[in-house]
Design a protein around this ligand. Sequence first.
Ligand code: PGA
Length: 251
Amino acid sequence: MRKIVIAGNWKMYKTNQEAVQVLTELKRLTKDVKGVDIVIGAPFTALSDAIKVVEGSNIKIAAENVYPKSEGAFTGEISPTMLKSIGVSHVIIGHSERREIFKETDEFINEKVKAVLAEGLTPIFCIGEKLEERENGKTVEVNERQVRKGLKDLTREDARKVIVAYEPVWAIGTGKTATPEMAQETHKEIRNVLADMFGIDVANDMTIQYGGSMKPENAKDLLGQADIDGGLVGGASLKAESFFEIIKAGI
Ligand code: PGA
């Protein structure tokens, strides 16, 4: 059966000290939480200390990006091997901000997914359509393309380990959320694509998170949908209290 995973995506927020503060508070709040996997995606500079703070808790730490080689002359980049060596367990890959601002392609994202899996880390693989794509009736087509290209050539065994995060781009940081029914419909379509690629058993085991203005007020309804298995939370993950409210909605 698939897991419920509530992950925070801190983006380019929080100094090391701020990260330690929020995680210390989150660790206290979540000490009795069971049945939900909790992940925080933190900036590279905060990863080492973040991992130390959450030791002995049920919080896992994700990087927000990675370069798909284990080492080499790639100035400024960070490898899956380096992330693993400090205790990172998850990596956010293909976030719409990386696709948009940093022009990451489906092919490059596919390389990252494979490199992260090869190191034994869990990819949080992001997909999602833009507003004009939804308005032009291209939602299914866009998400299907991103899934097929981003997870191309994965074995069934590896596919099972991937967390998919469906984040409609028009809902990210805008306060606009997909209605639970709208999100459920797209999640179901994504799962159908995964079933076509990897078989129904694997597809049924894969966690598909919703992301895009998930907050304490809407989390319960979204997470109550049959094919929504967690959340990737930006703004509302920056404070321990609001993130904890979302975690509780996932229990
Ligand atoms: P948001 O961001 O919750 O602030 O909309 C979600 C994300 O970008 O992962």
